[in-house]
Design a protein. Sequence first.
Length: 267
Amino acid sequence: MKIIAVDDERRALNSFIKVLRETEPDADVTPFTEADAAFAFLADNKVDIAFLDIELDGYSGLALAEKCKALCPQVNIIFVTGYSKYTMEALRLHASGYLMKPVRAEELRVELNNLRHPVSNKTAPLIRVQTFGSFEVFAGEKPLKFRYTKTKELFAYLVDRKGASANTGELCAILWEDKEDTPAMRSQFRNLISDLMKTLGNINAGDIVIKTRNSFAVDTEKIDCDFYHLLNHKEAAFKLYMGQYMTQYSWAETTVGYLENRIKKIM
């Protein structure tokens, strides 16, 4: 759970953070005494909960809440204030909660247990996959390096399948463009699978690939992928798509048509 807390009174902020960390010890908490610093942080980081004082020095906590929601629509805004007169404004902003200072642990726990947008406990994806433009795979901010070029293409095709499985024959036909299926080709394919599993295993992401007797697929829940985000109607993904998809692979052209039709239906 990722949390920010904003209060221009450092003593009050420290007091609240102490109660928060006692109540939610595993949370990733980032405190701020300046609204501008908090807003800059939100521009680069997705947060689950924002605890905001309303009367900030030279800034309105209500205005900050609106900016927070613009950047993170699913953020839970909880106002922490010494005044009860802002409850109507909080309702207008669809705030998740409203706490009066000094905050007590039991009151805080009630708010955390009744969030407007419940926080998922799913583990964050270990890899990020870029499909718009050229296909790239990242572990953190670094490109993931495969031993063979075709290993990367193999993984790209599995990503393109959106979790549906592909058997060995289909994958060989894609990778070697319908050349005759030979024992040598099957041997090469096994090397690619070994390289894929080893490379993903090195970053503890081997379970992304689902293997059955003669088929392979990816677990889409374990991949942060622009293609999947677009299919889930996430606005940011629509802005990223410029009509190009996995440009280094000719077989991906079919998906470009699919995406164009999908976007027309949504827009």
